[in-house]
Design a protein around this ligand. Structure first.
Ligand code: GAR
Length: 210
C-alpha cells in the first residue's frame, strides 16, 4: 500500500477529488496526510471532513524559503510517503526540496504546459487568443511549472468565455485528470525517459492486437 501526502494552500478541491477517487476506486494507496501552509485554508477543513490527518506548516513563521522548506520536509518525512502531491500548493520550492522528492513529487498546473507557466493562466490564455487550454500533471522539476509531463486535459476555449467560466471548466477537468495520473503513479505504471513519461499497460491488460 503506497502512502501519499498532499500539499495544499487554498480551496483543496483537487485534494478532495483525489481522496474520493482513492477510496471509491480502491487504489493500492492511501492519503496519510494533508499539509497546508495557511492555517485558515478552506481545504484543511475539507480534508478533515474526509477523515484525513491535517497538519499546518505556516510559511509566515519562517524567515526564508530554506527554513520553511526544511520544516515542511520534516513534516512530510515523518509520514514517510511514497508520493508527494502538490494540489494548489502556491509556494516556490527550493532546489534542495525539489531534489529531495525527485521522481516522487507531482504537480497540477492550470494550463497546457509549456504554455503559460506561473500565475493567472486563464486570463493569459484568453488574452493570447488560444483556442484550446487545459491543465497538466507533471513531475516537479528544478524550474517553476516544469518537469516531465504525465498527462494533460484539453478544454476548448469558447467565444463567450470569461476568465471565470474558463477556469470552472478547466478545474472540472482537473478533477478527472489528477486522480487518473496519481493512480498511474501508485500502480507503478510510469517510466520517465528524459523529458518523456511512458505509461505501462495495466498488469493483465491485453496488448495491442492486429
Ligand atoms: C488548481 O486550478 C491548480 O491547477 C492550481 O491551483 C488550483 C487549486 O485549486 N495550481 C497552480 O496554479 C499551481 N501552479 P484547488 O485548491 O481547489 O485544488
Amino acid at each position: 500500500m503506497k502512502k501519499i501526502v498532499v500539499l495544499i494552500s487554498g480551496r483543496g478541491s483537487n485534494m478532495v477529488a483525489l481522496a474520493r477517487a482513492c477510496a471509491a476506486e480502491g487504489w493500492p494507496a492511501r492519503i496519510v496526510g494533508v499539509i497546508g501552509n495557511r492555517p485558515g485554508a478552506e481545504g484543511l477543513a475539507r480534508a478533515a471532513e474526509q477523515g484525513l490527518p491535517v497538519r499546518v506548516v505556516d510559511h509566515r513563521e519562517h524567515a526564508d524559503r530554506e527554513s520553511f522548506d526544511a520544516a515542511l520536509a520534516a513534516e512530510i518525512d515523518a509520514l514517510a510517503p511514497d508520493l508527494v502531491v502538490l494540489a494548489g500548493f502556491m509556494r516556490i520550492l527550493t532546489d534542495g526540496f525539489v531534489r529531495r522528492y525527485a521522481g516522487r513529487m507531482l504537480n497540477i498546473h492550470p494550463s497546457l504546459l509549456p504554455a503559460f507557466p506561473g500565475l493567472a493562466t486563464h486570463r493569459r490564455a484568453l488574452a493570447a487568443g488560444v483556442r484550446v487550454h487545459g491543465s497538466t500533471v507533471h513531475f516537479v522539476g528544478a524550474e517553476l511549472d516544469d518537469g516531465p509531463i504525465l498527462a494533460q486535459s484539453v478544454v476548448e476555449v469558447r467565444d463567450d468565455d470569461t476568465e471565470q467560466t474558463l477556469e470552472a471548466r478547466v478545474l472540472e477537468a482537473e478533477h478527472r485528470l489528477y486522480p487518473l495520473a496519481v493512480r498511474w503513479f501508485v500502480e507503478d505504471r510510469l517510466r520517465v525517459e528524459g523529458r518523456r513519461v511512458r505509461l505501462l499497460p495495466r498488469p493483465g491488460a491485453a496488448g495491442p492486437s492486429g
